[in-house]
Design a protein around this ligand. Structure first.
Ligand code: AMP
Ligand code: MN
Ligand code: MN
Ligand code: MN
Length: 280
């Protein structure tokens, strides 16, 4: 089996339709795929039947607040129709829309009109800073997305707007109560030292989080080993995912990231009792 439990369609900030992700996953010999859009689940309905052997797993990536930082929690195998899940995602969408309006006001003050109509013309449900980065490049305001994040959209940037995301604990309990498994996404990407990361893992687990991502695109070996150790020491399940957004970013692909080492495989998420696949 080959699993990828983290990728994005154009319903959030991915560049492609859900069907494209599925075809690419099949091409890359992936057996289990979770589309985990930012704070929305529109892709899941559309691709309920792949017409192939590829097994689709319900997924979402929820932006959360933990202490002073933003962390992402991936939900897997939950029921997207669950009332509390729908309520939580609707509230996250509202925050995303409000943040875009605030960014648009700043852009207009700089003499740049048109962000909201640019966004409305996209197929997406979740408005993200990636879309603003594309807008800035499209309008010639920035040379690249990287520069857009550096000068405008990152913390301290001219267009930065803090988002008041839901608390980590809320996301975890909504995922659990809707039958899912909560996974701490890409823990090596947070601005946390070893001690603080451990505190995050403890807090996450104490509130019902069950898994952490230990392998993803471009992860350094040192980080992967550190996360495997953290996973095993906290007795969490180990999840993996590419965080694929765009086929043009050819250094990231569906199903492509370092494999779990033998020991971490003992805690692999596909050994979770609620993993419901026949293709183990
Ligand atoms: P948001 O959820 O609206 O804050 O947008 C965050 C998204 O922007 C992430 O999921 C990434 O896809 C993208 N992103 C964040 N930081 C960067 C960066 N430095 N360069 C390129 N993309 C970024
Ligand atoms: Mn993204
Ligand atoms: Mn993320
Ligand atoms: Mn992601």
């Amino acid at each position: 089996m080959k699993v990828d439990l983290h990728c994005h369609s154009y319903y959030s900030d991915g560049k492609h339709a859900p069907d494209f992700l599925i075809q690419r996953a099949i091409q890359n010999q992936v057996t289990h795929l979770a589309i985990t859009d930012h704070d929305c689940t529109e892709a899941l309905v559309e691709v309920a039947n792949t017409g192939s052997e590829l097994i689709l797993i319900n997924g979402v990536e929820i932006s959360c607040a933990w202490e002073a930082i933003e962390v992402h929690v991936v939900g897997l195998l939950f029921d997207p129709q669950d009332e509390d899940m729908r309520g939580l995602l609707a509230s996250q969408q509202e925050k995303r829309r409000a943040r875009m309006l605030a960014i648009d006001t700043k852009l207009q003050a700089m003499g740049n009109e048109g962000l909201m109509s640019y966004l409305q013309a996209l197929p997406c449900i979740s408005y993200t800073r990636s879309h603003v980065a594309d807008f800035l490049v499209d309008r010639g305001i920035c040379k690249s997305r990287q520069k857009a994040f550096k000068s405008f959209l990152g913390k301290g940037g001219r267009l930065y707007e803090a988002a008041n995301w839901c608390p980590l604990h809320d996301a975890v309990s909504v995922i659990n109560n809707s039958g899912g498994i909560a996974v701490l996404a890409h823990p090596g990407r947070y601005p946390l030292g070893k001690k603080k990361l451990e505190a995050l893992a403890d807090d996450f687990a104490n509130h019902g989080g069950e898994a952490i991502e230990v392998s993803y695109s471009n992860i350094q070996q040192r980080t992967r080993l550190q996360l495997s150790e953290l996973c095993l020491s906290k007795n969490l399940y180990a999840s993996v995912g590419s965080d694929f957004h765009d086929a043009a970013a050819h250094w990231i692909d569906i199903g492509r990231f370092p494999l779990l080492d033998q020991q971490t495989k003992n805690n692999a998420i596909w050994l979770h009792p609620r993993w419901h696949s026949s293709n183990k």
